[in-house]
Write a protein that binds this ligand. Structure first.
Ligand SMILES: [Zn+2]
Length: 93
């Protein structure tokens, strides 16, 4: 039985489950099944919402979940506005 992505306990757990799911799909050469997971309504782990959600799949208080060539990874939210740093122009230092 596969671990349910929707039952993830926190953002790291969600990231790991999504990466595991992707690996399984690649191994089976059948990526259609990932569509069973509704990626547009993944669980989130903070009431502090992200306003610009394009390319942002989930978040917790300080980080966002993104996907790319390295699979699913976490990035820090902007320390000023809380948005993804690729959606704002604040200095992160
Ligand atoms: Zn910002």
């Amino acid at each position: 039985m596969k671990k349910s992505v929707m039952a993830a306990k926190n953002l790291e757990d969600l990231r790991d489950r999504l990466n595991e799911l992707d690996r399984d799909r690649l191994n089976e050469l059948d990526r259609d099944e990932i569509r069973v997971v509704d990626l547009s309504s993944l669980p989130v782990f903070s009431k502090r919402e992200v306003k610009s959600t394009s390319e942002v799949w989930s978040w917790d208080k300080t980080r966002i979940l993104v996907t790319g060539t390295d699979g699913w990874t976490l990035e820090n939210r902007c320390v000023v506005c809380g948005e993804a740093t690729f959606h704002c122009h604040h200095d992160q230092t």
